[in-house]
Design a binder for this molecule. Structure first.
Ligand SMILES: C[S@@+](CC[C@H](N)C(=O)[O-])C[C@H]1O[C@@H](n2cnc3c(N)ncnc32)[C@H](O)[C@@H]1O
Length: 177
């Protein structure tokens, strides 16, 4: 499921506000969120997009091309997020967008804290997870992990959090200086 138009517009807004030059996307999918991000990023900026699925990345590249976004604007990395993210440079990114395996969201939070520069922003899609997060009857691993990341972000003194109720919920947080 790609991000919806409201979530996409929020990502474009954040990328523009930050004048983002370096962005990491965890979960390229077929390129929808990448296009929103790239449309907000600086013209010479590069989106680093990670996905475990080779075919999805092929489709994402096609979508970027059809959207008129040149190949120099993207660095596509095929691999499992938790194996790829440790290879990326600490403190070098303006924005980290997380939208891959929901069960790994708490680990993506650790990675985002390491990758972001002070003042950088992280964003997690599906923070409401189809209204399951707010319903204690749901205790499946995805819902529990998203609940956990919402709590961790809210309680972390290094972060300034905001849960945007757009689409399926976009949990955002600024990394303090
Ligand atoms: C919801 S889709 C991403 C949608 C995309 N962000 C968009 O809005 O257009 C999730 C993607 O994460 C990828 N994925 C799932 N588990 C992953 C993992 N452990 N590491 C990297 N990518 C993963 C899937 O292959 C899929 O393409």
């Amino acid at each position: 499921m790609p991000i919806g138009p409201a979530g996409g517009a929020a990502l474009r807004f954040l990328a523009t506000l930050l004048n983002a030059r370096t962005v990491v996307e965890i979960g390229s999918g077929c390129g929808v969120s990448g296009i929103w991000l790239l449309r907000g990023m600086a013209k010479d900026a590069v989106l680093t997009s990670v996905d475990v699925d080779h075919e999805n990345q092929r489709l994402a590249k096609l979508a970027y091309r059809e959207a008129g976004l040149g190949t120099s604007r993207t660095r596509m990395i095929v691999g499992r997020a938790l194996e790829v993210l440790p290879r990326l440079t600490d403190g070098a990114y303006d924005l980290v967008f997380c939208d891959a395996d929901k069960r790994e969201y708490p680990e993506y939070l650790d990675a985002a804290l390491r990758l972001l520069r002070p003042g950088g922003v992280m964003a997690f899609d599906n923070a409401l997870w189809h209204d399951r997060v707010a319903d204690p009857a749901h205790r499946d691993p995805e819902t529990e992990a998203i609940r956990e990341v919402n709590r961790l972000v809210r309680e972390d003194e290094r972060l300034v959090p905001m849960l945007l109720p757009v689409g399926d919920g976009l949990l955002c947080a600024v990394k303090r200086d």
